[in-house]
Structures are given as structure tokens and as C-alpha cells.
Design a binder for this molecule. Sequence first.
Ligand SMILES: Cc1cc2nc3c(=O)[nH]c(=O)nc-3n(C[C@H](O)[C@H](O)[C@H](O)COP(=O)(O)OP(=O)(O)OC[C@H]3O[C@@H](n4cnc5c(N)ncnc54)[C@H](O)[C@@H]3O)c2cc1C
Length: 481
Amino acid sequence: MKIPVIEDLKSIYPPDRLLLQSAQLAPYESDGLTCFRSKPAAVVLPETQKEVIKTVRWCYENSVPFSARGSGTSLSGGAIPVKNGLVIALNRLNRIVRIDPQERTITVESGVVNLKVSEAVLSHNLCYAPDPSSQPICTIGGNLAFNSGGAHCLKYGMTSNHVLGIKAVLPDGEVVQLGGQSLETVGPDLTGFYCGSEGLFGVALEVVLRLIPKPEFFRTMMVAYDAMEAAGNAVTRIVSSGLLPGALEIMDGLAITAAEAAVDAGYPKGAAAILIVELDGEKDAVESDFKRLKTLIEETAATTVKVAQNDAERIKIWKGRKSAFSAVGRLSSDFIVQDGVVPRARLGEALAEIDKLSKIYNLRVANVFHAGDGNLHPLILFDGREEGALHKAEELAGKIIKLCIRMGGSITGEHGVGLEKKAYLPEMFSAQDIRVMEHVRSRMDPKMISNSDKMIPGGEAPALVSQGLHPLEKQGILSRE
Ligand SMILES: Cc1cc2nc3c(=O)[nH]c(=O)nc-3n(C[C@H](O)[C@H](O)[C@H](O)COP(=O)(O)OP(=O)(O)OC[C@H]3O[C@@H](n4cnc5c(N)ncnc54)[C@H](O)[C@@H]3O)c2cc1C
């Protein structure tokens, strides 16, 4: 579909904020799922909420598909433009509207970067808990759309647990206020309904976030094992002991090698797995839990135990984990970051299966995961220059996703369904479930213009990934770089 009256957008945007040239559009053609791209007809850079509202109304009147875009760090293709549609890029919608330390809330525009929220309330000794590894760049709008998580979501919950209110412009141009400033609301949880809607319900303009007291004290431990199973067993012990760490993360040997090469985090060379456990909260409570944790860890088959002695050492331990995705780029120019969930008790089994699949496909897989939540992030390494390598990697990624479903888990823990995983939605949900999703979506977006090719498969379920064209390419949704 071509934009019919592009000239109209010139009445909303000056030339430097209405991008039309091929070279200007290129950075917006893709997102964190870099192996695919799709050309938009134009990109607009609104600076005010009014401009966003006018733009969405214009799209509705002219039946022009659009996609909201934060920082484009989506790893499931959620921010890849609808072909020949409009991209509404929201990084300039970045005002902090109000801070209320008494109520422990902050109201921000949706283009505010996640880390800026905690920085803005630091002087009040408060912080914003959800901490995706991409937090220095990703936006609150993107976090909301994907219900993003992070290392500390084990204890504090996902984005949806921290959103109190949303002002949004729906796909038909209506502006709505969902929820508000308070935890206590009347009626159904409409903010919860909007969280995780992956850009299908228009554009979030302003978000009210809950803040928590900045943890007073931390105890951070890095524990190495010579077998992944031993690290998995340690997680089971910790969780079943009743301790609730702020974070409980595992990295495997390949991920450790990559992180060490990239940021020199001090992880032991040759370890098959490391476990990062962090306790946070009031000093006395943390110290008492730490005694219990040390005893538990001593009873496991740990080969190295390192406890951070100060903030610098704590940051160093986290630096390796937080940079793991990009660090894998040192081992392979191309890789897919997959995101799936298995029941925590079946983590060991899932990892053994992934290892088998990696051997069958002859592709290296590095594993980094939020062990406390059973949220796996297998990183599948391949050489994109080799004929068919991407398809092979996509096929392996699909097998891992199906494994998660078989084990009673989910096709996404925090990265969303986006474009990449919509072919697997019918594997997880019945046709009836999907019809309900379609029904809700068509009531929210009668013209199907809001990020319309994402999350919900249209019509018949597309074939699963196989050799040859990717299903999304077959549908004409994506084209190769
Ligand atoms: C190195 C790296 C590490 C990562 N680590 C994590 C992690 O630990 N945890 C995690 O959960 N994710 C992680 N991610 C994935 C990604 O950062 C998150 O999904 C993030 O929330 C995306 O934010 P964004 O601003 O980049 O959104 P984009 O990628 O621009 O968009 C994501 C989705 O949100 C929609 N959207 C954006 N803004 C709005 C808005 N205002 N209103 C409505 N819809 C909107 C888009 O249409 C799209 O569907 C990581 C990504 C990278 C590259």
C-alpha cells in the first residue's frame, strides 16, 4: 500500500522531521532482529503528544498502516515497519512529566529511556525496578508494548507490575486514559490489558510508573560450576529454600567466553556455567539471607565462589551478564537471540535438549538465562554468508520454541512475539484462543493499521520454518537484506 497523500504530513512536520529519502529511511528498516528488514514509506519524528495524535488520526482517515517505534531494540522484529507504512519514531517524546516521591510514582512520556527513569528519582532514594539489559537505550513505550523484564524481575515483577496508568491514542485516533496514579482502581485492569499489546493498540503517549525504594544493600555472588546441571541444581536448591534473591542468572561456557573477551568481567576461564545470585534490600535482612545462601552454595558442586566486596566488583560481575548478547558478536558475526520459557524445574532437561539440537544442526548455541524464572535466551550462532545458514538457524530456533511449548512453557518470556514468533502462536494457543485475540484486536483497530503484521497470525497459520524461504518472506512481510 502506498501512502496516498504524503503531502498532508508536511502540515504536521517540518522537513527535518519527516523522513522520505531512502538513505534517511534505512536506519528504520530493521530492529534488533537484524537479519530482516522492510521499507517504510516515511518516518515521522514527533516532538509532542499532539503531533502523535494528529498523525494517528491522519493514518486512520487515510487507512495508512503505521508502527510505533521506540529505540528499535526489539529482538523479535516488533519494530520492523509494516511494508510501505509509516513509522512513528518516539525518541523525541521524552519528557519527564511529573515526579511524586510521596506517592512513589513518576509520569513520563513514552519515549523516555528506561535508565533515565531511575536516574531522575535517584535523589529521592527511589528507583524503577524493571531493568532489561538494554536499559541504557530502550524506551518505556517499548517496555510497555512488550511487557519487558530484566534480571531483577524475579523479585520485583515485569513492566506490567509497575505500570499504574497509560494515556494512549488508539488506532482510530481516540485518546484514552487507562488506569491512573493509584494502585487501587475500579473495574477491569485496562493498563494490564494494554501491557504486552506489541504496538497493536495504537501509541502510548504517557505512562505512570510505580517506583520502589532504592535497595539499601546488596550481596552479589558469582559461582562457577564445571557442569550446567550443577548450576541448575543450585537454582532449585535456592528457590526451594524460600530465599527470594533479586536476581538469579546463569550463563554457559560459550557465553562466559564471549563476555570475558568483550568486557573482562573476571569470570573463571573454562567454567561450564556460572550462576549470579544477588540479594538486595535492607542491610540486616540481606546479611541474614546471605548467611543462608552461603551455606546452600557450599553444599553444591561449586568450583569457584566470588562475593563482590564493593560496588565496583558488583558492577563488574553484572557487566559481563548485561553485555552478554552483544559480546556474542565477537564469536560470530550473525546470531539469533531466542527467548522462551520452561517450567523452572525442567531447566536442566531443556538445556540438555538444546545441546542435542545444537549438535544435530552443527550450530553453536550460547545460553544466557533468567534461571529464577525459567526464561531461556539461547543465542544461535551462524555465518550469514553461508547459503541457507539463516534458515538453518531459524529452524533450530523454532525447534527450541516448540520444545518450550512441549515442556509446558511459553514462546516468549519478555521479548514478545513480534514478527519472528507469530508462526508459533498456533502451536501454543488453540484456534479458538486466537479467534478471541483477533476479535479483541479488530475491536481496538477496526482498520487493522496499527503494527498490523505483528503477533497475531492472519488467516491460516503460516507453515513453520523450513529450508527455503522463511514463512514471513513467503507472506511478503519480510525481505532479505
Ligand atoms: C542487547 C539487548 C539486550 C536486551 N535485553 C532485554 C532484557 O533483558 N529484557 C527484555 O525484556 N528485553 C530485552 N531486550 C529487548 C528490547 O530491548 C525490549 O523489548 C525493549 O522493551 C524494546 O524497547 P524499544 O524502545 O527499543 O522498543 P522498539 O524495539 O522500538 O519497539 C518494540 C515494540 O514496542 C512497540 N512500541 C514502541 N513504543 C511504543 C509506544 N509508545 N506505544 C505503543 N507501542 C510502542 C513497537 O511497535 C514494537 O512492537 C534486549 C535487546 C537488546 C538489543
